[in-house]
Design a protein around this ligand. Structure first.
Ligand SMILES: CC(C)(COP(=O)(O)OP(=O)(O)OC[C@H]1O[C@@H](n2cnc3c(N)ncnc32)[C@H](O)[C@@H]1OP(=O)(O)O)[C@@H](O)C(=O)NCCC(=O)NCCSC(=O)C[C@](C)(O)C(=O)O
Ligand SMILES: [Mg+2]
Length: 356
């Protein structure tokens, strides 16, 4: 284990200094595309205006015989475009694959100055992050990069979940963690065949009402991912990094997708993945606080002054703790409003209505 004193020293001579704080940039949706797929790649410049993060995916969902095309596609897309405030991320192949070394070497060398975050799949423990950390420092030094690349881990193995706290704190490069429900389900031997979302068999049932055990008993479907998401959120917050939901594979079921995203938002996640253009607006709607909640939060903050003591607003007690919750909502709204003029108008309009 590294000494905390050494944590902010570069891991290679000439590599940039590690960051001391992870920037809380808007990242409501991480939009996945296959850079080797010409149809998808053609849509990227337009999509860049709509999404917070564009991610060139090199791992699963890219066929083995298209891995090199995807890598080369990402290099040319990054070189040909300036995405402005939209971040550019990549997901490299897993650390046990034959492609990852070339992914990291090529991408850092060719477009290290354009990339913000490298997503590493199937992370099992801190040792995986340490490997990537050192290698990135060596490549950054060789490429003469001035800004360190950040690392995002996907939580998609049982050992990854068991070690999530040490993964979150393994390097100052750690930017965040996403849930990978499909690989995680396989790793845990869960008996599901879906990419995220619920399952009708995972339920609770009300007590029997009479002799007939089948009669009049309501069932409620439960959230298969509650434990993992909640644990991931705590691990991330403990280490000052950002938690994200992940993929929702039933592209047609936009209703359940929105529910899954909202559960994650309410539990503390800052964003999710969009796998198809139709999921972009869902993520934007869910991960931008509701204007009514923003107006309420601003009203509580104004009424609470320095944030101490207790006041009553519309019959509800407010104190230091509810003031802090309101600040979370209001600060997120302010950050998003800076990037999105439509949201700014909606938030200001709702705030004015409350003040009248
Ligand atoms: C689902 C698929 C096959 C349906 O693709 P489609 O072509 O059948 O859909 P469509 O509705 O017909 O598409 C309409 C148009 O949108 C385009 N399009 C479609 N998707 C995108 C996109 N993402 N970005 C940009 N453009 C896109 C598509 O090319 C088409 O263009 P056209 O009108 O010119 O013909 C397709 O959307 C896709 O491949 N999406 C990305 C899938 C992906 O990245 N999967 C990996 C992440 S999930 C994962 O790995 C799991 C995890 C974490 O590891 C774990 O839980 O373990
Ligand atoms: Mg996976």
């Amino acid at each position: 284990m590294r000494s905390p004193k050494d944590f902010f020293a570069p891991l290679a001579v000439g590599a940039p200094d590690p960051v001391r704080e992870i920037p809380a940039l808007p990242s409501r949706m991480i939009h996945f595309f296959d850079p080797g797929n010409e149809k998808m790649a053609a849509k990227v410049p337009d999509l860049a205006k709509k999404v917070d993060v564009l991610l060139g995916n090199l791992e699963d969902a890219v066929r083995a015989d298209r891995k090199e095309a995807a890598r080369a596609g990402l290099v040319s897309i990054a070189k040909a475009n300036d995405f402005g405030a939209t971040q550019l991320w990549t997901r490299v192949n897993s650390l046990d694959s034959p492609w990852v070394l070339d992914d990291l070497t090529t991408l850092v060398t060719e477009i290290g100055d354009k990339l913000d975050v490298i997503m590493v799949p199937k992370v099992e423990g801190a040792q995986d992050i340490h490997y990537v950390d050192r290698l990135l420092a060596q490549l950054e030094a060789r490429a003469g990069l001035r800004r360190p690349l950040l690392v995002h881990a996907i939580l998609e193995t049982a050992s990854g979940v068991a070690n999530v706290e040490e993964i979150a704190g393994a390097s100052p490069r750690m930017q965040g963690i996403s849930l990978g429900p499909a690989d995680l389900a396989a790793s845990r031997r869960m008996k599901t065949t879906r990419v995220g979302g619920g399952h009708p068999g995972y339920l609770v049932r009300t007590d029997p009402v009479g002799e007939d055990l089948h009669e009049g008993r309501t069932t409620y479907q439960q959230d298969l991912w509650h434990y993992t998401v909640a644990r991931m959120v705590d691990a991330c917050v403990m280490h000052g990094i950002l938690p994200y939901y992940g993929p929702f594979g039933d592209i047609r079921d936009v209703v359940a997708c929105e529910d899954q995203f909202r559960n994650a938002f309410l539990l503390g996640c800052v964003g999710t993945w969009s796998l198809h253009p139709v999921q972009i607006d869902i993520a934007k709607r869910v991960f931008s606080p509701d204007p009514k909640d923003v107006a309420w939060a601003r009203r509580v903050i104004a009424a609470m002054g320095d944030g101490t003591g207790a006041v009553m607003i519309d019959g509800k007690m407010q104190d230091d703790a509810s003031f802090k919750q309101c600040r979370v909502v209001a600060e997120l709204a302010d950050a998003l409003a800076e990037r999105d003029p439509e949201l700014k108008e909606a938030y200001d309009e709702a705030t004015k209505e409350v003040q009248q």
